[in-house]
Unconditional design. Structure first.
Length: 75
């Protein structure tokens, strides 16, 4: 699965090099730096949305592979 390698590299690089999020100063307000826990929650939300996609693919692939194997045994 060579297509997974670039995705892993990009995700881990972004995770390691991530800087605290901040809003620029505007409308008379100072620069606001978001707390670190909010970045962690954001990464968990990202993972919770993205991880099920390949998992569902793998589960469906295994189910179909088993069905094809059972059809061959019946013949």
């Amino acid at each position: 699965m060579s297509f997974c390698y670039p995705i892993k590299v990009i995700t881990f690089t972004k995770l390691i090099n991530s800087a605290p999020m901040k809003n620029g100063a505007s409308a008379g307000f100072e620069v606001y730096v978001y707390p670190e826990w909010s970045t962690i929650v954001g990464w968990f939300i990202f993972a919770g949305c993205i991880i099920p996609i390949p998992l569902v693919y793998i589960v469906n692939y295994i189910k179909e592979y088993r069905n094809i194997g059972l059809k061959d045994l019946v013949r």
